[in-house]
Design a protein around this ligand. Structure first.
Ligand SMILES: [Zn+2]
Length: 291
């Protein structure tokens, strides 16, 4: 049993990633009294304005500030108690000019970036850390790849007494998860719903490409039935990035709850085993083994 207060730390690349991935999980744990901590590695400077209603000169001229305010609104909705901006610039997609900027996250000195994350882990002392997985071939954004690249050594080094003592008292987290985002099960469940309604499915092109064995790596599924609205509200708070009239919101929460009320993860490292597993071998609590 762990005596320290429970803390969940998620590492995300851009403002809005915290709302599209793991938001409902964070909201659920917040309701249980777990402290949620967000690390956001970049300012999202390269994000386009994806909501036509927000496309104007004023927003465009102040995009950095606007996105910061959107992030503040979203984290309040989700229930994050602390937000750490790692301070890097958005790297943009591969091949764009932003990708060459030495200030961007993808070009960061890896040792420096790892050290910044270790300092946050030592300060916040999370038992559980969530990051992005190894295989990001479906969305290979350089910043998302870098999140994975720096989290692994930071996770290992945070508890290492020999590593950079000036960064704080060593702290060894107990479990590391990779966020699974859109599993095959989740995509198919939502796709079918759209077809059943006689509506055009926004997932149609995904279904063709999604690997048959994508879900093999899912080890853990968190029931977020009661927090699905939180995730959606948080996403809508990113008004420049999300069109509230977009097809993503056409599936009502009640339908989502019936189709696939889970957020899924892959347990990548653990020093406490897993929590109880169901008949499919799936764990249901990120803090399983810790309480
Ligand atoms: Zn992102």
């Amino acid at each position: 049993m762990s005596a320290a207060p429970l803390c969940l730390l998620q590492v995300h690349a851009h403002p809005d990633d915290e709302s599209s991935k793991g938001a409902c999980t964070a909201a659920r744990y917040a309701a249980e009294g777990v402290r949620n901590v967000l690390v956001c590695c970049t300012g999202g400077e390269e994000g386009d304005i994806l909501n036509p209603a927000m496309e104007n000169d004023e927003v465009r001229a102040n995009l950095i500030e606007v996105r910061k305010a959107e992030l503040e609104a979203a984290v309040k909705i989700i229930g994050y108690e602390a937000v750490h901006l790692l301070g890097y610039r958005d790297s943009g997609m591969a091949g764009t000019p932003a990708n060459e900027d030495p200030e961007n996250f993808a070009n960061a000195d890896p040792d420096e970036a790892v050290a910044r994350l270790v300092a946050v882990i030592r300060r916040e002392r999370p038992q559980v850390v969530i990051t992005y997985g190894e295989d990001q071939s479906r969305y290979p954004h350089p910043d998302h790849l870098q999140v994975h690249t720096i989290t692994l050594p930071a996770y290992n080094l945070a508890g290492d007494f020999g590593y950079r003592p000036e960064l704080g008292r060593p702290w060894r987290p107990s479990k590391l998860y990779y966020s699974h985002g859109f599993s095959r099960r989740r995509v198919l469940a939502q796709h079918e719903w759209f077809l059943d309604q006689g509506m055009e499915s926004p997932f149609a092109s995904w279904v063709e490409k999604i690997p048959e064995d994508l879900d093999i790596s899912v080890t853990t599924r968190v029931d977020v039935s009661d927090w699905l609205d939180v995730g959606r509200d948080a996403l809508r708070a990113h008004r420049t990035q999300v069109d509230p009239e977009g097809h993503w919101f056409r599936m009502p929460t009640v339908a989502l709850r019936g189709a696939h009320p889970w957020e899924e993860y892959q347990l990548a490292r653990t020093s406490v085993g897993t929590g109880p597993v169901d008949e499919d071998g799936l764990e249901h609590d990120l803090f399983g083994g810790l309480r």
